[in-house]
Design a protein around this ligand. Structure first.
Ligand SMILES: [Zn+2]
Ligand SMILES: [Zn+2]
Length: 624
């Protein structure tokens, strides 16, 4: 039992609490602290889920801090748990319980060595508690905005790469104090929407304890895919439509920024793979994007009982009759309905008065807001009344008013009951047609004007943007004047391609080249290997084929490191660092800095390079 353990602050990363413990305990060595808390001293503490959290929970006096509590409130585990299958979840929980074995079974959680903080949060926390701490909502991989202040997160100046692997980094406010006032609000017009969705949803997940107990992630996705008409049949997804709409929704630019762009035609793009096994993805970001796209709300996604929804799609009856002229209009008199599955699933409700309407199972608002297309049949009661009124000699406008429907419906129904010519309507009917034509012509003019105005206002807009924003206008014109539409919409291809293909690639090559160079300059002095993947992810670009990008290829060829090249540079780095800190090259410290590679066959290379550094050093101190 520990005599003392600091209470974790709100949303404090457990790692940060442990670091504070180490600081306050006065322990001289990290090993001592590890032994105190976890009974083992040879372990590299993880930022995300500390190994041996069970042992720790048992040792803390305050029994509020159970494993569950700590995971749920002080790690970023809740961000992942709703999207994992039972097996992975058990694996993790058992791992933290037993305190041994591989704990971080989550691919995405590995290899994060930098701690991040928000300057404003740090300041507020410091003012409140007289010390700052690492908040878990800021440590989410790839998310770099504060969800409370919308400013850019900063990287804490001490990285885990620069300290011995078993140590804990405590948030030392005085170290960052001068940076605190640099908290520009983050604005990036291209990615703003996506950033907001991701940051807010991630925080929502962290603090909400969503459960997905019965392993039904895929079922949930299928349910919402069905509700948005993305299913061909019970289990076959209309992938192409989904991918097109998804891309339009988030835009290609911002998906590329997140390395989540995809080629619809590719058989194994991430969306296709994801939909086959959503719980195999483990990536909360992909999940958030799809959920937001499909249903707009995480809470709704997880809380809806999909079994109930499928068995009782319209709730428990009875349901109202919606015959506009019936005395029992709006009263719940229909006790049965029939489900008809075609492209979508419709419930058919037939009242004893003959009135029948249909409602999509995902569009229950229709119960209070029926449109013409929902009405299947008016029924005999309605028709009898119409018959009576026609025989009384009512004109069409009056009839429509009395029967609470459109002129068109009156004409259609009077035809059906054989009284079409009893309506004094030749004039009326032609009037109606005439009117309709005027409307059509006027509509054509208005619609074309609308499109031209839009193009004038946004000359850079692409065809798909226009389609997205003026969807119904375009659909209507496509039916009624497709040639005009073809002549006036911007060309289907990217404008760059049409004017000069070579020029396009040339410019692209230049752009990528300078981006890579910029990234290279930024990270070339850090102790991490320069790989293609790392440069891609740091610069936010992705290239599969360098054929048309000679300059970019050349720079990649020259900067990407082989492992021996990297190890050489790493040894130089560690020697320099050691010398700067201690005034001499301490062999043990340098070896510890190259920890991982010491265990490989590169040991000889490391030793030689260390000797080389020492010789250089001796020479420079002798000459200086
Ligand atoms: Zn903040
Ligand atoms: Zn009825």
């Amino acid at each position: 039992m520990l005599s003392y353990f600091p209470d974790p602050y709100e949303n404090e990363l457990l790692y940060s609490t442990i670091a504070r413990y180490h600081y306050y305990s006065g322990n001289l060595s990290n090993a001592h602290t590890l032994k105190d808390l976890f009974n083992i001293s040879t372990v590299k503490p993880s930022i995300f889920i500390p190994i041996g959290i069970k042992t720790l929970a048992d040792k803390i006096r305050n029994k509020k801090y159970t494993v569950d509590y700590l995971l749920q409130n002080h790690t970023i585990y809740p961000l992942f748990s709703p999207f994992l299958n039972q097996k992975t979840r058990n694996h993790i929980i058992n791992g933290v319980d037993s305190g041994k074995g591989r704990l971080n079974s989550l691919r995405i959680m590995r290899n994060y060595d930098n701690l991040k903080y928000c300057p404003l949060c740090a300041k507020e926390d410091y003012n409140k508690h007289t010390e700052a701490y690492f908040r878990r909502e800021h440590q989410i991989p790839n998310l770099n905005i504060c969800c409370h202040h919308n400013c850019k997160l900063k990287t804490y100046p001490i990285s885990r790469l620069n300290v011995s692997p078993d140590s804990f980094i405590r948030f030392n406010y005085s170290l960052v104090e001068k940076e605190i006032n640099d908290n520009r609000a983050y604005t990036d017009p291209i990615n703003e929407k996506l950033d907001k969705v991701l940051v807010n949803s991630a925080y929502h997940l962290l603090t909400s304890n969503f459960q997905n107990a019965e392993n039904s992630l895929r079922q949930r996705y299928l349910y919402f895919l069905r509700s948005k008409n993305y299913m061909f049949s019970r289990n076959k997804i209309n992938e192409l439509k989904l991918m097109t709409d998804f891309k339009n929704f988030y835009t290609e630019e911002s998906l590329s920024y997140w390395n989540l762009n995809f080629d619809e035609k590719h058989k194994y793009n991430w969306i296709r793979r994801f939909l086959q096994r959503p719980d195999g993805s483990q990536d909360p970001i992909k999940n958030i994007l799809l959920i937001y796209f499909l249903c707009g709300d995480l809470y709704y996604f997880f809380s809806i009982n999909i079994n109930d929804e499928l068995n009782f799609p319209f709730g428990e009856g009875p349901w109202p009759c919606l015959n506009p002229i019936a005395e029992h209009y709006g009263q719940n008199v229909i006790t049965n309905f029939e489900l008809v599955k075609n492209r979508s699933i419709m419930g058919y409700f037939k009242c004893s008065c003959g009135f029948t309407y249909k409602i999509n199972i995902f569009d229950k608002s229709r119960f209070t807001n029926l449109t013409g297309s929902n009405i299947v049949e008016f029924g005999y009661e309605w028709e009898e009344k119409l018959k009576g009124l026609i025989l009384k000699g009512y004109g069409i406008t009056r009839l429509a008013m009395e029967m609470k429907c459109s002129d068109k419906t009156i004409l259609r129904c009077s035809e059906k009951i054989g009284l079409r010519d009893r309506i004094n309507s030749d004039k009326k009917y032609s009037h109606y047609i005439f009117n309709k034509n005027i409307n059509q012509d006027q509509k054509m003019v208005n619609y074309k004007k609308r499109i031209l105005n839009y193009i004038e206002k946004y000359p850079q807009a692409t065809r798909s943007q226009i389609r997205r924003n003026l969807h119904s206008t375009i659909s209507w014109l496509r039916l009624n004047d497709p040639n005009w539409l073809e002549d006036h919409l911007p060309s289907n291809k990217s404008p760059n391609f049409t004017y000069n293909n070579e020029q396009y690639w040339h410019e692209k090559d230049d752009k990528l080249y300078s981006k890579v160079l910029e990234t290279y300059n930024l990270i070339k002095n850090q102790p991490m290997r320069l790989t293609k993947g790392r440069i891609f992810s740091k610069s936010g670009i992705k290239v599969n084929n360098f054929i048309k990008l000679p300059k970019t290829k050349a720079i990649f060829d020259s900067i990407v490191e082989t492992i021996p090249q990297f190890v050489t540079r790493l040894v130089d780095f560690q020697c320099r660092k050691c010398f700067e800190e201690y005034g001499e090259i301490n062999i043990t410290k340098v070896r510890a800095g190259c920890n991982y590679y010491m265990r490989t066959n590169l040991q000889k290379l490391i030793n030689e390079r260390m000797d080389y550094n020492i010789r250089i050093l001796v020479r420079s101190t002798n000459s200086g």
